[in-house]
Write a protein that binds this ligand. Structure first.
Ligand code: DGJ
Length: 548
């Protein structure tokens, strides 16, 4: 059976994507590859896959697509947007419907199909918490409140979230997760699975912490030493954290619980593991009753770091499309001790442009949510429908990076990168890299200037739309790699830079195995009014210079 599957996978690889470097030049079906890992150097992070830096051009499937019959709704969407990785749930309820009896048939099909379609996988473990809820636990967990206790309110009533102090719940969730990792270790030597998300949006809404007997006992104690060290606070939870005490308490114990699951899973196969956050608003002191208390929101990342060393990173689920907020969240999760990864972002057109600031910040991956044709749409969080225009908002930036994904990821380990998206107010954006200021403006045609009054021009198709962005990488003092869409990019000498700076050359081309291959030089109309990136994939190498 195993052989048959491998054979099908091998045939599939040959038929489906003969051009893919990974399929063609990569390992044979059962050959072991180096373990994926996250590497951090000088505060910059890289996801290492098959021994080399990798950028996850991701797409997350809808929640209930984790069944063989629905997998074929996924692949056309991933192919259309040039995604290289599928994030997809594995539910506790489906692998252990009867306590102690495990069924991994879905995993087998998933691995086979992912390989046939030349995609990597990020598995999302839906266990004790799924958007805080226990909906993905097996029936035997849901129905046994004594063994697997729900949180208690102050009045003793149940709250519909499992308690982070439930020792049996932790033991059972851990056992199922370990079985999952054992299955992956046994069936995925080639590391189709590159990362695992442990639980999904942990925490509890409208009840910041459990008030059961064990929780009350722990809450009266001084805070743990490791937490005191990480936060510089001392005393009891109330003394240390005041109005946020309940939340910090639940965060510590939730993170410790998740850590125990990840630690046990990594003992089987140490894949990178991460947690995702149901974000609080951008305030630095979220309302403990409104937020998913216990989850890895931006203000409690330090708590998660101290309590959950087995978790490689905490990641933001971004559904708030306001441009300032999106950048705020990216900056909060982009830390020397935390690689930025966007495991979920809305899938409507407006979110596509945020690929560029994520890439520019050195993210290791990006993934719109709900990317399949199963018929479910999470509007108004995301798109109303996955029509071609919507898919195009992700396909366009992805298609520029996809052919040079390995080169970009490798260079990004040591080169500066920067990216921006059209802000909601439509104002120009800019950055300075070395001696050069690089700016982006919106709503320009390729010829002329929008402020000209002597020519009458219609507004550009994207003029009033939340569309447009670009990312640059500094290859050397005076050379830059540039991708973008719906933006006019200008390079100019930075204030105080020596000599008289000019743009020498803008070459269109592509990266091939780390080398730039030029197709043509942009000149004349193509550069007289800046570098105008429109609705087609184009990669430019810009060379600046000084004259005397
Ligand atoms: C965030 C969760 O992590 C996803 O699983 C999903 O429920 C979305 N919210 C909403 O569609």
């Amino acid at each position: 059976m195993k052989h048959q599957k491998s054979l099908i996978a091998a045939i599939g690889l040959a038929l489906v994507s003969p051009a893919s470097a990974w399929a063609a030049g990569g390992p044979a079906a059962d050959a072991a590859t180096p373990l994926p890992r996250i590497e951090t150097r000088n505060g910059r992070h890289a996801l290492i896959v098959d021994g080399a830096p990798f950028f996850m051009l991701g797409a997350q499937a809808n929640n209930a697509v984790n069944y063989p019959a629905y997998l074929d709704t996924i692949w056309p969407v991933l192919d259309r947007i040039h995604a290289n990785t599928l994030e997809v749930p594995v539910a506790w309820q489906q692998i252990e419907p009867v306590e102690g009896q495990f069924d991994f048939s879905y995993l087998g099909t998933l691995l086979d199909q992912a390989r046939q379609h030349d995609k990597r996988l990020v598995l999302l473990w839906f266990g004790t918490w799924k958007n805080t809820n226990y909906s993905y636990t097996p029936d035997w967990v849901k129905l046994d409140n004594r063994r697997f206790p729900r949180m208690k309110r102050k009045d003793g009533e149940d709250h519909q979230v499992l308690s982070a102090h439930g020792a049996n719940t932790l033991a059972s969730d851990k056992r199922a997760f370990v079985k999952l990792m054992e299955y992956i270790r046994a069936h995925d030597a080639r590391n189709t699975v590159i990362m695992v998300q442990v639980e999904n949006e942990t925490g509890s809404y409208r009840l910041p912490r459990d008030h059961g007997a064990e929780a009350e006992r722990l809450f009266a104690l001084p805070i743990p030493t490791a937490l005191a060290r990480a936060t510089g606070r001392t005393g009891t939870w109330s003394q240390a954290f005041g109005a946020q005490a309940d939340r910090y308490f639940n965060t510590w114990y939730t993170a410790s619980y998740v850590n125990e699951i990840a630690r046990a899973g990594k003992a089987i196969k140490p894949l990178p593991m991460y947690v995702n956050a149901a974000l609080a608003g951008p305030s630095n002191l979220p309302d403990p009753d409104g937020v998913a208390s216990g989850g890895p929101q931006q203000d409690v990342i330090d708590v998660w770091k101290a309590a959950a060393p087995a978790i490689d990173l905490a990641a933001p689920d971004i559904y708030d499309g306001k441009s300032d907020n999106v950048l705020f969240y990216m900056d909060k999760y982009n830390r020397p001790d935390n690689a930025l990864m966007v495991p979920e972002i809305g899938n409507s057109v407006l979110f596509g442009r945020y690929f560029y600031p994520a890439l520019g910040r050195g993210a290791i991956g990006f993934s719109p949510f709900g990317m399949d044709l199963s018929g479910y749409m999470n509007y108004p969080l995301g798109a109303k429908e996955l029509d071609d225009k919507t898919l195009g908002a992700f396909a366009l930036p992805y298609s520029m990076l996809a052919p040079m994904m390995r080169d970009w990821a490798k260079l990004a380990v040591s080169r500066s990168t920067w990216g921006g998206a059209k802000p909601d107010d439509g104002k120009p954006i800019s950055t300075t890299m070395g001696n050069w200021t690089i700016s982006g403006d919106w709503g320009e045609w390729q010829f002329g200037m929008k402020e000209w009054t002597f020519f009458k021009a219609d507004p550009t198709p994207a003029a009033d739309k939340p569309v447009g962005g670009f990312a640059v990488m500094q290859l050397s003092d005076d050379e830059f790699l540039l991708i973008g869409d719906h933006v006019r990019v200008n390079f100019a000498p930075a204030a105080g830079s020596p000599g008289k700076g000019i743009m020498l050359r803008a070459e269109e081309g592509r990266m091939v195995d780390g080398k730039w291959v030029m197709t043509r030089i942009w000149n004349g109309d193509q550069t007289d009014y800046g570098l105008n990136l429109t609705d087609r994939p184009q990669v430019l190498k810009v060379t600046m210079g000084h004259y005397r």
